[in-house]
Design a protein around this ligand. Structure first.
Ligand code: AHR
Length: 515
């Protein structure tokens, strides 16, 4: 029964090996650090902080990044990269120029550059996904950066790296060909034909320097762009054979939605966005009679209010001011969790994804300068997926009670996806209940996973959907264990509390133990 005395609503799904989507590429759990606001300076790097290491990196932040187990981090932008001279950020510190940074109207000191970031990445157990500047720069700067980072030595740029104290190449495998080049806000914004040609030639030459690299071409900066679809088709027409991936970016803002239920339904938009870009890639594949399939790199995704300056004291050209420091509530985490589920449901095409961003700027991790670091609400769905969502993604064909939404028609209250690790003998179901009034029970047919028993149900909920974690109250919204779920006679039953993020885990037990 619910609060009104009605019978509890029920969702059903089936866990079947026949509904395997794909093995999940670990890079699905990537993230993003841009030279923006306090992401780098005051975020990952704060010399003088009580936890700072010998290079000035905050150990408390490193510990939280490691907790998230992020396999790849995109760097150095974002919009920032389109005005960035990578040469400014290498070599002796005293020679590094201060620049007017025109993407975010700040001053860039270049205290942190390629080598420092790669060193941080090593400490964080992560790879770097490097973006090259195709706004103000071109083929030359890009190929030189590949040589600087990846060539062993004996050439101008590789020897310069060695002279800068980095003997071993950084061996960066994944490279982004610019950022959001379709957006008129972008420094050096281009038409699809202009960008497609440049991306093609840059990709070709970068691969001549290092044939082992993988390249991501810029897709649209959002599906709402007037050129969406046509942009992808034109760009890929130019560079299809030279790139492995095309990028997708999306942010959903509560304040731009019709109401909270509309906000909660936004992951449905992400689902169809992914399908549309995959279809466009395949159209070009067919047009070119190509044997290769271009995959998707969803290298910016999150919820974001789009308030980019949340500190009224910030002035133009400040160094590392507070920018885009969204405080995330429970409802944000529910939308975020829905987005994570949508990504996993498309694991056959989305091979890389980057939660944008990682520290301070629209981020799961927040720091106080000189003070502690803490976890926002969105930290937890990402943590659960990254830690327990390794293996094969399974479509559950969820049948859920639904509500009417002006944009999506019928929107299901419950959405879920499962990840199976056959080797470890584990099944993890990620589920969101978007119903803000009522709990919903789930009944799942898991007969295909005979011998699997219930191990835990972790829930994140709160009586107030606006509750958030802050410096004063860093643990207001945290996951907890829930009792009551069970597996009996091939059926998993559980109750998803109202407005909740859920992770339900099962494990294979030996026959003897099971008896
Ligand atoms: O992630 C913040 C910004 O959002 C990035 O710099 C840009 O690529 C996107 O518009």
């Amino acid at each position: 029964m619910n609060a009104k005395g009605d019978a509890m609503k029920k969702a059903t799904f089936t866990l079947s090996r026949e509904r395997k989507i794909a093995e999940i590429d670990p890079r699905m759990y990537g993230s993003f650090i841009e030279h923006l606001g306090r992401a780098v300076y005051g975020g990952i790097f704060e010399p003088g902080h009580p936890t700072a290491d010998d290079e000035g990196f905050r150990r408390d932040v490193l510990a939280l990044v490691k907790e998230l187990d992020v396999p790849i981090v995109r760097y150095p932008g974002g919009n920032f990269v389109s005005g960035y001279n990578w040469e400014d950020g290498v070599g002796p510190l005293e020679k590094r120029p201060r620049r007017l940074e025109l993407a975010w109207m700040t001053t860039e000191t270049n205290r942190i550059g390629t080598n420092e970031f790669c060193s941080w990445a090593k400490k964080a157990n992560t790879e770097v996904m490097m973006a090259v500047n195709l706004g103000t720069r071109d083929i030359d700067a890009a190929r030189n950066l590949v040589e600087y980072c990846n060539h062993p030595g004996g050439t101008h740029w590789s020897d310069l790296r060695i002279a800068h104290g980095v003997r071993e190449p950084h061996a960066i495998k994944t490279w982004c060909l610019g950022n959001e080049m379709d957006g008129e806000w972008q420094i050096g914004h281009r038409t699809a034909d202009e960008y497609g040609r440049l991306a093609c030639e840059t990709a070709k030459v970068m691969k001549w320097v290092d044939p082992g690299i993988e390249l991501v071409a810029c897709g649209s900066s959002g599906r709402g762009m007037p050129t969406f679809g046509a942009w992808e088709a034109t760009v890929l027409d130019h560079c299809y054979e030279h790139v492995g991936y095309i990028s997708l970016h999306t942010y959903y803002a509560r304040r731009r939605c019709k109401n909270d239920m509309n906000y909660l339904a936004k992951p449905l938009d992400m689902d169809s966005f992914i399908s549309a870009v995959a279809a466009t890639c395949d159209y070009i594949k067919a047009k070119k009679s190509s044997r290769k399939t271009v995959q998707l790199s969803f290298d910016e995704w999150n919820v974001w209010s789009f308030v980019s300056n949340n500190d009224p004291a910030t002035k133009r050209w400040d160094i590392a001011p507070k920018q885009a420091e969204d405080v995330y509530s429970l409802i944000d985490a529910l939308v975020f969790g829905g987005m994570m589920i949508a990504l996993l449901r498309h694991a056959d095409r989305v091979r890389m994804a980057c939660l944008a961003q990682l520290v301070n700027v629209i981020a799961p991790i927040v720091t106080a300068n000189g003070g502690p670091a803490w976890r926002q609400t969105i930290f937890y769905p990402f943590l659960h997926a990254s830690r327990f969502g390794r293996g094969a993604a399974m479509n559950l064909d969820v049948k859920s009670p639904a509500y009417d939404d002006a944009d999506f028609g019928s929107a299901p209250y419950v959405d879920a996806v499962a990840v199976v690790d056959e080797a470890k003998g584990t099944v993890t179901v990620f589920a969101v209940n978007r119903n803000l009034e009522d709990a919903i029970s789930v009944e799942a047919d898991i007969r295909d996973f005979e011998g699997y028993a219930f191990t835990e149900h972790v829930v994140m909920d709160h009586p107030d959907i606006n509750a958030a974690n802050t410096l004063a109250h860093p643990n207001s919204v945290v996951p907890h264990s829930k009792r009551g779920a069970k597996v009996k006679a091939g059926t998993l039953t559980a109750v998803l509390p109202k407005a909740s993020w859920n992770m339900i885990r099962l494990a294979r037990h030996g026959r003897e133990r099971h008896k």
